[in-house]
Ligand binder design. Sequence first.
Ligand SMILES: [Zn+2]
Length: 158
Amino acid sequence: MTYTKFAFWLVFFFTLSCKSEAQKKQQFKVQKSEAEWKSQLTDLQYYVLRQEGTERAFSSPLDKNYSAGTYVCAACETPLFLSDHKYNSGSGWPSFDREIQGNVAFSVDYNIGVARTEEHCATCGGHLGHVFNDGPRQTTGRRHCINGAALKFIPKDE
Ligand SMILES: [Zn+2]
């Protein structure tokens, strides 16, 4: 390899690595400091939304909530899921067969050693849960397994 070629690849390599660094620090429309989130959210909401925690199975009152309405982000109130798409997966977490498109964003995490599709609020970046492929076959086949602590339920009549 000539020196010029080598220099070219070196520049190319550094350009690439800078780019991936920038992508990690994704910007969201609603941005708050960790201290601000901490004062706004309950301990459990903070643990789930900001630290990618998982609430205990069967602990959320929203798991068995089947009233008509909209599930919004507990941190920034962006509408994320509709009651029409909620179903009883038996997992102990609120489950939906689809999200409100565009309001939920996805990434991959390796928190338990295997690749899982993580999902978060597209407006504030708050962690919601994970998507699995064992959902209802007659609809989407997807199971959005969501922490109830990350959601706030707005009944249809209000
Ligand atoms: Zn949000």
